[in-house]
Design a protein around this ligand. Sequence first.
Ligand code: TMP
Length: 407
Amino acid sequence: MKKCRISGDKLIKFLDLGKQPLGNGFLNSKKKFKTEYFYNLELGFSKKSSMVQLLKAPKKEKMFNNNYAFYSSTSSYMDKHFKKFADEIKNFLLKKKLKKPLIVEIGSNDGIMLKRFKKFHHLGIEPAKNVALVCKNKTKCKVLIEFYSKKTLNKISRKFNKKVDVYYSTNVLGHIEDIQNVFKNISQSLSDKGILVFEDPYLGEIIKKNSYDQIYDEHIYFFSLISVSKLANMYNLNLFDASPQQTHGGSMRYYLCKNNVYKKTSRLKKLFSNEKKLNLDKLKTYNLFTKRVKNSKEKLLSLLKKLKKNNKIIYAYGATAKSTTIFNFCKIDDQLINFYFDNTKIKQNKFSPGMHIKVKSFKKLSNFPDYYFLSAWNHKNEIFKKEKKYIKMGGKWITHVPFVKII
Ligand code: TMP
């Protein structure tokens, strides 16, 4: 029996997305196809912790190493988003009059947000060496290249000789299998008036949008207000506020403090009552989700096959980890989608995980396709703004969110 990593009770399996490679495991040569790593991607729910989580997660060293392919600074929208988030934290520090505050980011990636705290006592923690070095060299911020652990706490206290006033993290905590120790370490090292603020894709949005492509190796936990609140309470932390975000197809920002130092906001209470309506604490919600996922697969495959029969050219827009899940689950290879196009250098000229679709640079695009599969659907607004010419010429988009359709 698989156990919930948080409560230790039974983890009830509700979704099987089949054999999957690493979501960001792009391959640089055909020789690598034979030795490619695969695992079974399955999702479970615990009634006790209300946490939705992967049944089995690949080892963290396999995912976050020197070849990590995700650079946060590829989207201008995200850059603006992080600026706003950093301003919000700075306002909090001003309001609470915290003296010489210490700010720590867990998972600082290439420094897209950390650079905004350069004038403060700051520290980034980032285990993927390639992205951490970009941050160090470009932004000159202080970064520890390691996984956040008890050892990190000793380093922080030796270096700064004080507790942490703001821990923040974006799209990272849901990636950490050992989340209990992360919460324990944060709780131990947070100053009395300090806060932990983090954001991750919100389970409620995944259910509403049927965006099952959010499920891949790196996303081990799918947070909701109820599951975060239960987890936090286990380590003397309390959820006192939350705010929905548009990023990553619909995220939630969670605000936590120690020992109820800050009062629960009315915004949080409202969000909790909205979440109640989604029944995120009930197994039946997830069984219904599974039905919709299977239906989405059938619809997408039949649409792509029909278009191919009519000799249409279809490319995928954005070589996303999310689409690794879709393409491997639906068995969509380069017979159906000829190429990926992506502006991230590290992904270009490589083969996609599992289905081995070649990734090209937009600079190599000589003719528009008839259809783009919108694999980076969460950046839709930014992409549509950029691709006015394609749209004007009658180019079409295929999406699976919230159901399979042509735009
Ligand atoms: P994400 O959905 O995980 O943020 O990944 C988005 C991917 O899409 C990333 O590889 C960059 C790529 N992309 C483009 O190629 N062009 C674009 O205009 C945008 C917004 C993203």
